[in-house]
Design a protein around this ligand. Structure first.
Ligand SMILES: *Cc1c(COP(=O)(O)O)cnc(C)c1O
Length: 381
């Protein structure tokens, strides 16, 4: 339905007119239904291909007996486990229905019409959506080598800025910021700006200069660090993430938080996952090995990609990615075109299981071959 013929748009808050919903990766079941196939490969949403660990699965299953009860609205045990994991106070922990929920809590708490939020070109799609849903204005700093240009971002801070969003590392580019420039950027921010550092892929990053900004909270009372259980912990289906901040910032966000925003199986599984660092290590090792397989395969295909510290790689196809993505779907391989991030020639590919990655590479080779064969012959070629 478009705005032009919408029967209820005039009743909606004005900022809703300009919103377009977040586009998630196509579910496997949907593609299988469409193609009449049974073994589609989904490499579109940066999930952990190993799934969750045994401890989390058991904690989840143990909740089956008490599904008639509301969850603990204060998430006492989970917030305690998170606080202990980070050496912080439980009053600094805000849990969310995915870290997405926490990003939205930040927006609803600190943004309003007339206020500005600031983020980088090619940054995570939820920042503009949360900003606009709150009726605030987005300022977008140009990227540098696909990543955040902190100087360009600092130049856009104004007296109206209330929130700065930094994805470290960033999705969909896989780029990251080292400790030193990020810390200098935070030091330079005026005190009326809340700085959000979104660390959804924290565990995957193995760069020595990559910072754990949860350790900086004592130095920056305006800092909010977000983490998720959806990526390396393999609990995407349960929707659970968290924010770490000054207790007074957490207290404000708690005023707008929905009661019971994190369900009981999610709380239980997340707490168990935090205690299962073996699974995290296994998952990171898997990702390291399979990232090498995937990038070696891309190299054989003569493709360029943006160097990534995450569990996905964003490939430059040198031509519009849409048709390639459509052809891959017909091969039963679901990836993520990122034209909505200002990257029309790129395709984001999550790192999957070994055989899934092989299937993706073989399908990509066939698709690119066919595109080559059907392309109009170049003069002199
Ligand atoms: C996946 C992702 C998130 C949030 O995921 P949730 O499932 O809502 O926890 C946040 N930020 C970035 C950059 C992501 O890629």
């Amino acid at each position: 339905m478009t705005n032009a013929d919408h029967p209820f748009l005039h009743l909606a808050a004005p900022q809703i007119a300009g919103l377009t919903p977040y586009v998630p990766g196509k579910p496997v079941s949907e593609l299988e239904r469409e193609l009449g196939i049974s073994e589609a490969v989904k490499l579109a949403s940066n999930e952990n291909p190993l799934g969750c660990g045994e401890a989390a699965r058991e904690a989840y299953l143990n909740c089956a007996a008490a599904l008639g009860r509301y969850p603990d609205g204060g998430a006492f045990a989970l917030r305690g486990a998170i606080a202990e994991h980070h050496g912080l106070d439980p009053a600094q922990v805000t849990v969310g229905n995915g870290s997405n929920d926490v990003l939205d809590l930040v927006a609803r708490t600190f943004l309003q019409p007339g206020a500005e939020s600031l983020f980088s070109e090619h940054a995570f799609a939820v920042y503009p959506i949360a900003t606009q849903a709150a009726g605030a204005t987005a300022r977008v700093a140009p990227a540098r080598d696909y990543g955040h240009d902190l100087a360009a971002m600092a130049a856009l801070v104004s007296e109206r800025t209330r929130v700065v969003w930094i994805a470290n590392p960033n999705n969909p580019t896989g780029t990251w910021l080292p400790a030193e420039p990020l810390r200098a950027f935070l030091e330079g921010l005026p005190t009326h700006v809340i700085a959000v550092v979104d660390e959804a892929y924290f565990e995957y990053v193995e760069e020595p200069e990559y910072p754990d900004t949860s350790r900086w909270l004592a130095d920056f009372p305006n800092l909010v660090v977000t983490r998720t259980f959806a990526k390396v912990h393999g609990l995407a289906a349960l929707r659970v993430g968290y924010g770490l901040s000054h207790p007074a910032v957490a207290e404000l966000m708690n005023r707008v938080r929905h009661p019971f925003n994190v369900n009981e199986p999610a709380q239980a599984a997340a707490a168990a996952a935090l205690g299962d660092m073996d699974h995290v290590q296994r998952s990171v090792a898997h990702n390291r090995a399979e990232m090498a397989r995937v990038t070696a395969g891309l190299e054989r295909l003569g493709l360029d990609w943006i160097p990534s510290v995450c569990n996905f790689v964003t490939v430059d196809l040198g031509r519009p990615a849409g048709p390639v993505d459509q052809a891959l779907l017909r091969e039963g391989v679901i990836c993520r075109p990122v034209a909505n991030y200002g990257l029309p020639n790129h395709l984001r590919i999550s790192i999957g299981l070994a055989d899934e990655n092989e299937r993706m590479l073989a399908a990509l080779a066939r698709v690119l071959d066919e595109a080559e064969a059907s392309a109009p012959a170049e003069a002199g070629a």
